[in-house]
Design a protein around this ligand. Structure first.
Ligand SMILES: [Mg+2]
Length: 352
């Protein structure tokens, strides 16, 4: 799936050349602008990589009416700009497309970053019909994704200028994490998170909305599906994470834990893990066990687990639920913690 389209400006997103056009005569290329709007509506992000002064990004935002998630302007290599954008947005090269009218630029990006989908502007009309650009579900979070990344840029700029600690910054931002039982309305977004998250995903396979519906079936059932919402003074990120909890005997099993990388560095995964241990303690559980399929990309989740006081058992005999099995000979680790009363950050709001 393509999560971000990175645009050249001159003669690609703009009908003309920024530096050679007096402002009043410059406009967005109508075909490119139409493709951009269509893809933004599907939750795909947009970014700019252009050989222009920084002001050209604001000009493109005005002309297209779109808030770009990231912009790299300057006279360096396009592949370096693209790589910088991927790093900033936490995306892998295979999740990005690059559109440029110049075949030399397309060639340079294609050689340096072979996994990036490289397109000429004339390819766009057909490309937007490809499966790579057609997410199976489009949630309210997806439609607002561009705005959320624009808020994120402002947040990051303020964070860089902020004098205090990371914790003080979260407080200054009026960060609010809401933890609640999933409702039916949450199911499409939970499904979407299951296939969009990689760095903070403990199973690495998509989980269907119908599975979440079954697991969340009733308060008396053996499983619970828990949702995590995040907002602060810069904007509302909506439903950013969730987990499945299954109680058997005195043990709280967590076969699925997932979190959007938008929540990275905002205290959310730590808050959820602390909440799980506290909730288990209040329910008189004897142990919390998070199972985690070892994937190339979920190292950040495993670091967060050990950081939150969980101890890894790499040799445990674990049977994953049917819906969490990838079909391969996956390595699975069990992360154990005693229930406890770790302090919850003051910004966590528990919704009964
Ligand atoms: Mg160009």
């Amino acid at each position: 799936m393509i999560k971000c389209v990175i645009w050249d400006l001159d003669n690609t997103l703009l009908a003309g050349t920024y530096l050679e056009s007096p402002d009043q005569r410059l406009c967005a290329d109508p075909d490119a602008a139409r493709a951009l709007a269509e893809l933004a509506g599907r939750g795909i992000l947009h970014a700019i990589a252009s050989r222009n002064p920084p002001e050209a990004a604001a000009c493109a935002a005005t002309l297209t009416g779109h808030a770009f998630a990231a912009a790299r302007l300057g006279w360096g290599k396009k592949s370096a700009a693209v790589a910088g954008i991927l790093g900033e947005l936490g995306l892998s090269a295979g999740e990005a497309a690059f559109v440029d009218d110049d075949p030399l630029e397309r060639g340079e990006v294609g050689r340096a970053l072979p996994e990036v989908l490289v397109l000429a502007p004339e390819d766009l009309a057909e490309a937007i019909g490809w499966p790579e650009f057609s997410p199976p579900v489009i949630t309210p979070e997806a439609r607002r994704r561009g705005d959320m990344y624009a808020s994120r840029r402002v947040r990051q700029e303020e964070a860089a200028a902020f004098g205090g600690s990371a914790d003080e910054f979260l407080r200054y931002c009026r960060t609010e994490v809401r933890i609640a039982e999933a409702t039916e309305a949450d199911l499409p977004r939970l499904h979407e998170l299951s296939f969009r998250t990689h760095q903070f995903n403990s199973v690495g396979v998509p989980v269907g909305a119908e599975i979440f519906a079954r697991l969340a079936g009733g308060p008396q059932g053996p499983s619970r599906v828990v949702t995590v919402r995040l907002s602060d003074k810069f904007g509302d990120d909506g439903l950013v994470g969730g987990c499945v909890i299954t109680v058997s005997g005195g043990t709280w099993h967590v076969p699925l834990l997932m979190m959007s990388c938008r929540a990275l560095g905002r205290g959310v995964i730590g808050a959820l893990l602390a909440w799980i241990r506290r909730a288990a303690s209040l329910a008189d559980a004897s142990e919390v066990v998070v199972t985690c399929v070892i994937t190339d990309r979920n190292v950040p989740l495993r670091i967060a687990l050990t950081g939150a006081g969980f101890r890894a058992d790499m040799a445990a005999k674990i049977t994953l639920p049917d819906w969490a099995q990838s079909g391969e000979h996956a390595r699975v680790a069990a992360y154990h913690a005693a229930p406890g009363q770790p302090e919850l950050p003051h910004w966590v709001v528990e919704v009964p």
